[in-house]
Ligand binder design. Sequence first.
Ligand SMILES: [Zn+2]
Length: 222
Amino acid sequence: MSSHHVRQRYWARALIGFSAMREAQTSGAHRALAALESQGYIQQLVTQNVDRLHQRAGSRRVIDLHGRADMVKCMVCDYQMMRHAMHAEMARMNPSFAGLEAGHAPDGDADLETDFSTFRIFDCPRCRGILKPDVVFYGDVVPAERRLAAQVALAESEAVLAVGTSLMVFSGYRFCRTAHERGLPLASLSLGVTRADALLSYQWRAPLTPVLEEAVRCLQFS
Ligand SMILES: [Zn+2]
C-alpha cells in the first residue's frame, strides 16, 4: 500500500466492489458456533477471518486476530474509521468512478480495468497520513494486544477446537502448539490436513456445518 498508483487502483476497485463484500451471508457453521457460545461451550472464539461474519451470526466473544475489513486505520497516527465512511468520502470526491458498474471478483474487489490515475484517495482526516484497511496482510505481524488477548484466553481454556482451518498461517498454529505443550485436549474439524495433525487429540475430517449443528443439538439437552 506504499505506491500511490497501487493505492489508487486498490481504492477505485474497492469502491465498486465493497458493497458485494458487505452483503456476504453467515453460514450454518457461523450460527452453530454462536449457539455453542450461548450454550456456554465456547469461552473465546479467535478468528483469522476479517469479514465480521461471526459477530453478525451472534458470537460475542470474538478476537479478530487479523483485524477487520470493515475498518480503516491511519498508518501514521492510528486514527480509525469505518471503511464505508471512507468509501462515501471517495465516492463524493470521485463522482465519475462512483457511477461505474463492474462485475465482482472473488476477492471482494471489483473486477474492473480502467485508468486509475485521476482517482483521488481520502487521507487521514487527522494527520493526512495514509489510511489502509485494518487487517493483517500477508507477512505482517499480528498486533501484540490481540495476540496477548488470545494467549490470556488460552491460559484460561480447558480445550481448543480448530474449525475450518489448515493452520498453515503461523498466527493460528502458534495457539495449537501452546495448547499441546500445556497438555490441553486439541481437536480439529476441517475437510483437509492441518499443520497441527501430529499434535491433535481428536480430528474430524468432515464438513463444518452439519457437524457443528449436530453438536448444538446434542449439547442443548446435556
Ligand atoms: Zn493520521
